[in-house]
Each structure stands twice: as C-alpha cells, then as structure tokens.
Design a protein around this ligand. Sequence first.
Ligand code: GLU
Length: 433
Amino acid sequence: MSSIRQAATEVHLNLNVRGMKPSATVAINERSDALRREGRQVFKLGLGQSPFPVPSPVVEELRANAFQKDYLPVRGLPALREAVADYHRRRQGVQGTTENVLIGPGSKELMFLLQLVFYGDILIPTPAWVSYAPQAKIIGRNIHWLPTERESGYRLTPAQLAEHCEADPKRPRVLILNYPSNPTGLTYTQGELEELAKVAAQYRVVVLSDEIYGELNFDGKHVSIARFYPEGTIISSGLSKWCGAGGWRLGTFMFPRDLAWLQGAMASVGSETFTATSAPIQFAAVRAFKGGTDIEDYLVLARRVLSALGKWCAGRLEAGGASVPSPQGAFYLFPDFSGLREKLRARKVRNSAQLCERLLNETGVAVLPGSDFGRGPEELSARLAYVDFDGAKALAAAREVAPDKPLEEPFLREVAPNVTTAIDKMAEWLNAS
Ligand code: GLU
C-alpha cells in the first residue's frame, strides 16, 4: 500500500464515521441501474422515488427562472419562505410566518443540520427510514430505537414514549416521527397524534415531524402533530415526493417561534457548508407551494393511482403468505414474511438481508431488507417501493376512468406492468419449495 493511502486509511479509522457504508436506498438504486446496464431484467422497487412527473406549471416556472444566477439568502428565497408558511397555514392551520421557514438542499440535509446543532438524544421509532440513524451516528449522537409492533400498525404509542422519557425526564431529545410512513405506508389518526403530543409536551421533547409524504395521504386529509404541539414541532417537507422532484433537491423546515435558536444555528452551519439552495429551483418551488387547482388535480390523480396499486400489491402479497397492512399513503409497503420462515429456512434464507439478496439474484426484484430500517436482522421483513412505472402514462390513464370507479387489476397491470410482475414474481418465489 502506498504511504499516502496508508495514512488516509489510518485517518479514516480514527473518525467516528468508521464502519459507515453508502445509504441503502442510494446503493440499491445504483446497483439496480448497473445490473440493468449489464442487460439483466431488474424490477426497481428499491429506491423510493416518485414515478410522477413534476407538474407542468412548476416545470414552466423553472424554465422561466433558469437565468437566476445569484446566490440567495442562506435561509431561502423570501417569496418561497412566505409560500411555505402560507402552505402550512392553509393545509394545517399552523400559525407560522416567513421568518419561521428554512429552505435547504433537500430535507435530508436539513435533518442532518438539526442533529448537528441540537445536543440531545435522537429517538427513532422503528421501522424507520434508512438515513436518520446513520446521520446521528456520523455526528456522534445517542440513538434510542423505539420498536413498534406490526399488530398496532407500526405506530409509536404514547405509553412507549412516556416510558422512555420518564427514566430521565429532563434530558434533551428529538423524536423523529414520519407519517405517512416510509417504510410502512401507514399513518396516525388525529387522536393518536393528540396523545403523542401530550407526552412530547410533558417531557419537552422536540418533535421532528417528517411530513414529506403528507400530500400523498390517500384520502388527502393529512393531519400534522404540529396542530396539537405547535410550540415543539418542526415540520419537515419538500418537493421530492408529492411534487415528483427528488432530483431537484429542495427541502423545507417550518419552526415554531420557540425554536428560532435552532433555526438560527442551522442557518449558520448552512452558510458555512452549502451557502444557499439552488436559485432557479427555489423560484420554481414558489409555484408548487402556492398550489391551485392544477396541482390539486395532479395530486388527486396521483393519490388515486398509488392507493389502488399499493392496496393491490398488499393484497397479492398477503395471499402469498406475507403479513402486510394495507397502505394509507406514500408509496411503500413493509411486508413481513415470518409466516414463511420454515419454508425459507429450508432454502437457507435466515435473515432479511439474505432474503433480499436471493430475491434480487433469483427474480430480478430489488427491495431493501427490514434490517436497513432498524429492525432485527432475523425479522423476515422487507421494504418495497411500488414506483417502477411510467407515472405520466398512469396519470393520463387514470384521468379517463370516472372518479367514482375503482382502478382495478387490469388497469394496474396495464399502467404498472413492472410493479405487478415484480409482485407476482415475489409471491411465486416465496412459495416455491
Ligand atoms: N427517501 C427515499 C427512500 O427511502 C429515497 C431518497 C433517500 O433515501 O435519500 O427510498
């Protein structure tokens, strides 16, 4: 080994990023693409990327603002911050102003900054999105997993939160709550959020409410915990999921007034790292957050397609022996194959990582193991993102079906053949002897 490489390795081993690997979602996407380039047939249910195009009025705005070349303020374009504050007021009745909004290059980056500036423990109900814990680990924060049960819809209970906090009531903590959930597709009822809010307020827990899938609640009636705990909740959102613009990298945080000090600290770190979020994207995002009938139409159709497809996939997997709650939002399912454990053991599949590896190698279906979402390795669970289809085509086809008519199996097989075939293949593979 050359001496420069040797020296670099030693430095690397001394950092607390030791043992870090690339994000599971990013890695499965790149691996799936590489396999496709080699000519393999791959069903891409790994990365959770919206299948739908960015709504055309938002694309038009981006086109019109391509010339915007100046650095913007680190906290974000004032017009966008105002549009985001209006949006949360309109949708959730949350009383914030322009001042309370922070814009960043993706909500993922903003979450990282929050964990960096907040000296406290990070509470993560599991199953949870793949990057919350690695972010805490990079920074060196204490992580506390709060495992949830399939039987209770993978929802954190108020009793569980209280039990955790009462051992050391004054400890500073951030609770990350994500609903509709990545990876389960489930969400909380208003009553459940009210109860959780009471416990969070009692122990002064900061709630990072990751509502990036809020607009993809299938009934269009997403409720934020900020309604019941406005003084302690930060709402995280962005363009990536409901606006089909993951690659645009635009995230938003809405702070309560009492947490302005956290916002200020994050903005300072932002000014020393990313400087400002892309200017043309911010100008275009104003249009997205202002909404209007064209964007609402788009969302109604997107929810309709996702709801029908998600429920079909869940039903098909259940019939194949998995346990999978019917989804309520987003574009994920988190099936548990424990009921097939004996059958799978006979085929030398003992944990979720082996399950997903074998699935990819033997069927071409790419999904992620439950262990990447904070579950024990032996739980035979997996996350699948039912997004491998042409979203533009699906929206156009759904528009032709009367709103009171369900989108049935033949429709789904026509507009999302890769997804339906992948689910068939999974079910067949699981039941092969
Ligand atoms: N949130 C998406 C997922 O869970 C992809 C983006 C990411 O992980 O950074 O698949």
